[in-house]
Design a protein around this ligand. Structure first.
Ligand SMILES: [Mg+2]
Length: 172
């Protein structure tokens, strides 16, 4: 049981920030589309301040013809903001890690699951959901530590299974 849980909670890769990801990683793995988390992955949990490095990286990904869809458990208002900003689909109240959370994203990108990578800061939503769906899974460090109360509880559970600091390297 424990090894089953560990397998599904383990990200394929772990970066500090998504802007650290070299697009070579996607090309070499035949990844054509990205599902990106919003809160604490694309922008801070408590504001809509988009970091320049993240904006630039997302625009670069877009220019290199990867599909991009944002999927978040956040309120639809924040999803709409990101959608308008990047001119990409963004879905709020997604209920990650459950499979149906990704249905619209997969449909909008028109890609099979193994050609999709998910990028997010939470193991119990982004990584677990992504592993169950058969996506490449990429964990990033949260942009800010101030986060929703429940998230902090989840992080405590996460620490039982995964040492974020120890895992902070690209696993080949
Ligand atoms: Mg998040």
């Amino acid at each position: 049981m424990l090894s089953f849980i560990k397998k599904y909670l383990q990200p394929d890769y772990h970066f500090n920030c998504m802007s650290d990801i070299d697009l070579k990683l996607f090309r070499e793995s035949n990844i054509k589309g990205l599902i990106i988390d919003i809160d604490n992955t694309t922008m801070p949990y408590s504001s809509k301040k988009l970091q320049v490095v993240i904006k630039d990286w997302i625009n670069k990904v877009d220019n290199e013809d990867f599909e991009i869809t944002f999927v978040s458990n956040t309120i639809p208002k924040r999803a709409d903001f990101v959608s308008n900003y990047f001119n990409k689909p963004a879905y709020g109240y997604a209920a990650k890690p459950f499979g149906f959370a990704f249905k619209r994203a997969i449909k909008s990108m028109d890609l099979s699951n193994e050609k999709i990578a998910i990028i997010g800061d939470q193991i119990f939503t982004d990584i677990l959901g992504g592993n169950l769906a058969g996506f490449m899974t990429i964990l990033v460090e949260p942009i800010e530590s101030k986060d929703f109360f429940l998230t902090n509880i989840f992080r405590w559970f996460e620490s039982l299974f995964y040492d974020r600091n120890k895992g902070l390297m690209q696993r080949e």
